[in-house]
Design a protein around this ligand. Structure first.
Ligand code: GLN
Length: 197
């Protein structure tokens, strides 16, 4: 199994380490690739789009042509993607109140950037994730909120009763928080499981 971490900007090394840890916990002899140009896309089974600054990641993803290769492979259903924080923004079909960030428009959801406001820019809480036996300690940093989902996109986690912070559609998963900033590999395991081989 080959997992790519989009290495444009953001929490790249943290995801790299988490995937490494996940491989070792599952006894998988996998490979991790730092995706820097469009040719790297054809090699991988799964792609992680890290958190960081969605405007920067978007600009460079479109400039390098990485977006085109990603879209081709997702259309063929042979590439799975996990987007965390800024990465989740890049997966959304719609961004609320904003036209200036181009996204891959893959998941049936509308997302709002920096949606927790200034007072709660960063916080950590335990969240329930569908299918997990115990809560997941989630780190939110200037996080987005998934305002709505439709079609095949389903909420995977909600906080404060109806605030969606994770969603799943086919072989794509979007998380408003940063699972790579904990020691808990369950989200990365979840991702490896949805990869179709
Ligand atoms: N607020 C950032 C954005 O929308 C995301 C922050 C993050 O990834 N930690 O680009």
């Amino acid at each position: 199994m080959k997992i790519g971490v989009l290495a444009i900007q953001g929490a790249i090394s943290e995801h790299y380490s988490m995937i490494k840890k996940t491989f070792s916990e599952l006894g998988i002899n996998g490979e991790i690739i730092l995706v820097k140009n469009k040719n790297d896309i054809k090699e991988i089974d799964g792609l992680i789009i890290p958190g960081g600054e969605s405007t920067t990641i978007s600009r460079l993803m479109f400039k390098t042509g990485i977006h085109e290769k990603v879209l081709e492979r997702v259309e063929n259903k042979d590439l799975s993607i996990m987007g965390t924080c800024a990465g989740s923004v890049l997966l959304a079909k719609k961004i609320k109140n904003q036209q200036n960030v181009k996204t891959l428009q893959l998941m049936d959801m509308e997302i709002e950037r920096n949606a927790f406001g200034r007072q709660r820019e960063s916080f950590e809480i335990d969240v329930d994730i569908n299918g997990f036996d115990t809560p997941f300690h989630a780190v939110f940093i200037r996080a987005p909120i998934i305002r709505k989902t439709w079609g095949d996109c389903k909420p995977l986690s909600k906080i404060n009763r109806d605030t969606i912070v994770a969603a799943h559609q086919d072989n794509l998963v979007a998380l408003a928080f940063h699972p790579e900033l904990t020691n808990d590999t369950r989200m990365h395991k979840y991702f490896l499981k949805i990869i179709k081989k």
